[in-house]
Write a new protein. Sequence first.
Length: 362
Amino acid sequence: MKKNTLKKIKVGLYNPFLDTLGGGEKHILSIIEVFAEKEFEVNIFWDKNLSKEIKNRFSFKYFNKVNWIPNIFKNYSSLQVLKSLIKYDYFFYVTDGSYFFSSAKKNFVFCMVPDRRLYNLKLINKLKLWNYKLISNSPYTSKWLSKWDINPITIPPYIDSKLLNTHLNKEKIILSVGRFFPHLHSKNQEQIIKTFKLLKLSNPSFKDYKLTLAGGLKKEDQKYFDQLKSLAKNDESIIFKPNVALDELYNLYKISAYYWHFTGLNIDENKQPEGVEHFGIAPLEAAISGCITFCHNSGGPKLIFTEGETGFLFNTTEELIKKMNFIETNKILKEKVTIKSPLILSKRYNYQSFKENVLRLL
């Protein structure tokens, strides 16, 4: 009897920022998971197996089928990289501004930051990218790439269907989710803490509310985290949840009444498009969980949320406080957004649509 000698389709990924495990990493790993679900051979070039960390952070079903192999891009010569990649049908790369020739059959650069410095496509880089296509994480990133004469394929992420929640059993919690770090497109937790304190002073309706700050924390950002705790000054209504487990995060979304997202505050996005939110996975997760979601009026969220229907946008902290005071006393509007937002957004950002977009790459 003849053995089945059919060769598996081979997919590779290299992301030099992988251990950050933020929204951008979740997005590219979601793309890779589509291929794992199809039983392709999926290899990630990384010197450490991050399966445990990924399982704790993200809700992937098929990541047990992914292989972790040595990071050839650190230790190999260009010729050795070419010899390794020639075995691959599809190769995905998240650029840090550098590019290289690839011998894989189809190649993709995943663009998750609209930073002009990452896309220096002069002659030598254009030659290196002759057999690559570029994928953008959002309409916002695509808009900026097109200004730089780059025409990417836009594949927004999906939101886990487990988060869909239209029940009104909410608690007096304002939630904000994002990595605790002060650089790049910061989540501005210090401004969130200050604004929460002002909100409580502005209206007695918020006196029993709590602020929960959840997100990833790396050792190099411990100093910033300590500064935030000092700013909170042992206020029992301000709760920190660093490196929160996935189940606990999902529960926080479920029980929180409001969600705040301050990325982009005090940034001129025309001068620093990389400094605002590029897409906004966490705000979407919150909105689909029935949180009344407030985002700074910039970047990706500006293109996602419709004022008074799926969420609210603000330009200043004063405007945010004013809108919070209005909505807290407007029961009809509060219920409308809490119920309607999850239904609208879950239809737009579901796994099936995402999967179809990914498979079109093939």
